[in-house]
Design a protein around this ligand. Structure first.
Ligand code: SF4
Length: 113
């Protein structure tokens, strides 16, 4: 049996979670809502994060991020895909890579010039 302590990052409340892992059984306490259980179970089995970066364009760089969290193990590969881009320009909200590396997440521009 393994015990882990986590802070839920699904909302600003930041509940302190205690996770007990016993084989396939994962129990969670300390959560104020069901999202904390989902977060904790995902965090101990397949942790995911939003990736933020910047895309090079002819006029400079534009901030971007993934449209949804991607597995932590793929963050550097996703960053490499973003680094390969050389765009003429990019507008706020534009999808510049669809379904990056089959993660289900798009790379979206998050700032104008
Ligand atoms: S468990 Fe629910 S209330 Fe607590 S931080 Fe997570 S999302 Fe917010």
């Amino acid at each position: 049996m393994e015990k882990r302590e986590l802070t839920c990052i699904m909302c600003p409340l930041g509940c302190h979670l205690e996770v007990t892992i016993d084989g396939d059984n994962i129990s969670v306490t300390g959560n104020n809502c069901g999202r904390g259980v989902i977060f904790a179970k995902e965090e101990v089995t397949c942790p995911k994060r939003i990736v933020t970066s910047s895309v090079k364009t002819e006029r400079g760089v534009r901030a971007c991020k993934t449209s949804q969290p991607v597995p932590k193990s793929m963050i550097f590969d996703v960053m490499k895909e973003i680094e390969k881009l050389r765009l003429k320009n990019a507008k706020y909200g534009e999808v510049v890579i669809k379904n990056v590396l089959n993660t289900g997440a798009d790379i979206v521009i998050t700032a104008n010039e």
